[in-house]
Design a protein around this ligand. Sequence first.
Ligand code: F6P
Length: 370
Amino acid sequence: MNEPIRRIAISTGGGDAPGLNAVIFAATLAAHARGWEVVGVRDGFNGLLSPERYPDGGLIDLSREKVRGILGDGGTILGTTNRGNPTRFPVRQPDGSYLEVDRTTELLGRFAVTEIDALISIGGDGSLGIANHLHEHGLRVIGVPKTIDNDLDQTDVTFGFDTAVSFATECIDRLFSTASSHGRVLVVEVMGRYAGWIALSAGMASGVHAILIPEIPYDIDVVADLVREREARGAKFSIVVVAEGAAPAGGERSVIGKSIGQAERLGGIGARVATELEERTGKEARTVVLGHLLRGGSPTAFDRLLGLRLGAAAVRALEEGQHGMMVALDPPHVKYVPLAEATHRMRCVPLDSDILLAARDLGITFGESP
Ligand code: F6P
């Protein structure tokens, strides 16, 4: 495992997040500065697992020219997938059903044949778990944490989150004027999976009246009371932000479905909350689902900078002989933490966190029963 590095691969897996291209940009330049070649694997690991599907053989030569100008672009120039877990790869059967197959050995063989000495794997908990699995099977791997949800343990913040929160805040700001003109209740559903970071941060930054997050099961009657109290005080409108993973006390999360090889898909809670508020208050309630808009667009300067720092740090980590580690932000430093530790638990909003306490001090309700 300690032979000199001549060629590295970069792969992006799971949902895209603004800032991925900044990581690719920085890692590529930092690797070239050390005389290493860099290739990008298309669509997670699909470029290596199914090279015949790609005219370029599934690997992109990441030259300086190839990464020029990508730093501020959203998405990932490598492509990504959340159906490409090599340990449970979905293979379609003649009868139309899918069988999950472990393709780890085949993938490791492809890394060897293509003379890739080490991998920088950029992803969320799923992709970093796969990265750790490959490390345990002998591949030199450094992980880079990514997700708009900000739910990864061991790093202060993930890139993509700031862009998502900034855009959500702008959208919610715009809803204030229309909600107040019509005297309506507006319910805004945002992504975040099982963590409420986006809802809490954007909701606070835009000054909404109620925020429903997965960490705090809500009672819809408490939210309805708030709408009525505001009405009684002359505020004819209310804005509620609800995280896609929020659920009523004693009730279930809203799940759209689950397809083979993918995580549970969340959605629909906004419409449910709006309907229930309309029934209880008699006020017209509308829903806006921000969904994938939060994953798109150009990364903020904060996310670009974080991506650049982590991309460069991943290359330094490889040069120092580290593997099986994730680069993580521990302000003001970037540190290395074992991938196994980074992926074993999700980071939710702590109930005693300053941000949550501040929201309560501002009078924002989380819909908790008294
Ligand atoms: O993890 C990022 C995320 O955007 C979540 O907030 C969301 O639940 C999920 O991905 C949606 O994934 P997909 O694009 O596969 O529906």
